[in-house]
Design a protein around this ligand. Structure first.
Ligand code: CP
Ligand code: NVA
Length: 307
């Protein structure tokens, strides 16, 4: 470990475009290494601490398996079972936990909690989803696009649905990977206004999903009610009724368009029952690529390659 302050990955803006492209290319290489059955274990004796204050299937399994495959070890820390859940200050937790592990991953509610942890951590901290951002998912999504269609630079992506943490990360991705992003969200559910204002050169709000997807190379959606918004499920179903992604909507996009969803997905709500297995859907590829992309990210943060 170097003596300088560690690099963190709290949003996509924490890495340069060049570094992000290194991670994507490395993810594709690591996927090959695994497919060939080759052993690659640079993380012997390295430990990943994983704090989860929200549920997870993909994120937990991809980080835990990824660390094991790279020869290291991962510790699952639930706020229910640690002193974090009993109110131990995040600053104290960061100092203590980061003195014992080599790298940290945190999934929580408030983005400032992750920022506070990182500010006091001696080791790299990865944001594994907050209410505001989900940057790890974007690494997997960009890898998936590259594998299916080549570079995303200069392409058009349309986000349909809630202006949530995933939408915010797509805005950052538009900047870092240099693509155009149309955003179709109903009134009252728009993304962060400052983030939109900071990216007017690449990001356009087109409220009508039918108009937004025209010419798009990628259409993306997510649940209408994110974790922590369970009480709003019913009111959101009314507000988002016209924002379902289905084959008819996809037919208005570019003929080569792909469909993505970070999962978990709710068929009959944000996607139709027949969208999941539509030939344009790459949702299972995105899910698998969480493994490869995060292994590449951990390599970047722990081994500090010359990029
Ligand atoms: N996409 C995603 O982050 O899934 P999990 O909530 O299952 O980790
Ligand atoms: N927007 C969703 C993403 C889940 C992976 C949520 O925050 O619940």
């Amino acid at each position: 470990m170097s003596n300088s302050s560690p690099r963190h990955f709290l949003t996509l803006l924490d890495l340069t475009p060049n570094e992000l492209n290194w991670v994507i290319n490395r993810a594709i290489e690591l996927k090959k290494i695994r497919t060939q059955g080759d052993l690659y274990e640079p993380f012997r004796n390295r430990v990943l601490g994983m704090i989860f204050e929200k549920s997870s299937t993909r994120t937990r399994i991809s980080f835990e398996s990824g660390m094991a495959q790279l020869g290291g070890h991962a510790i699952f820390l639930s706020s229910r079972d640690t002193q974090l859940g009993r109110g131990e200050p995040i600053e104290d937790s960061a100092i203590v936990v980061s003195s014992m592990v080599d790298i940290m991953m945190i999934r929580t509610f408030s983005h400032t909690q992750v920022e506070k942890f990182a500010a006091h951590s001696k080791v790299p901290v990865i944001n594994a989803l907050t209410d505001d951002y989900h940057p790890c998912q974007l690494l997997a999504d960009i890898q998936t696009f590259v594998e299916h269609r080549g570079s995303i630079k200069g392409k058009t992506v349309t986000w349909v649905g809630d202006g949530n943490n995933m939408c915010h990360s797509f805005i950052n991705a538009a900047k870092q990977f240099d693509f155009k992003l149309n955003i179709a969200c109903p009134d009252g559910y728009l993304p962060n206004a400052q983030l939109m204002a900071d990216n007017t050169d690449r990001v356009a709000l087109i409220t009508d999903p039918q108009a937004a997807v025209v010419g798009s190379h990628l259409v993306v959606t997510d649940t209408w009610a994110s974790m922590g918004q369970e009480d709003e499920k019913i009111s959101r179903q009314t507000a988002f009724a016209d924002y379902q992604v289905n084959p008819a909507l996809m037919d208005l996009a570019d003929p080569q368009a792909l469909f993505m969803h970070c999962l978990p997905a709710y068929r009959g709500l944000e996607i139709s029952h027949d969208m999941f297995n539509d030939p344009r859907s790459v949702v299972y590829h995105e899910a698998e690529n969480r493994l490869h992309a995060q292994k590449a990210l951990m390599e970047f943060l722990l081994l500090e390659p010359q990029v």
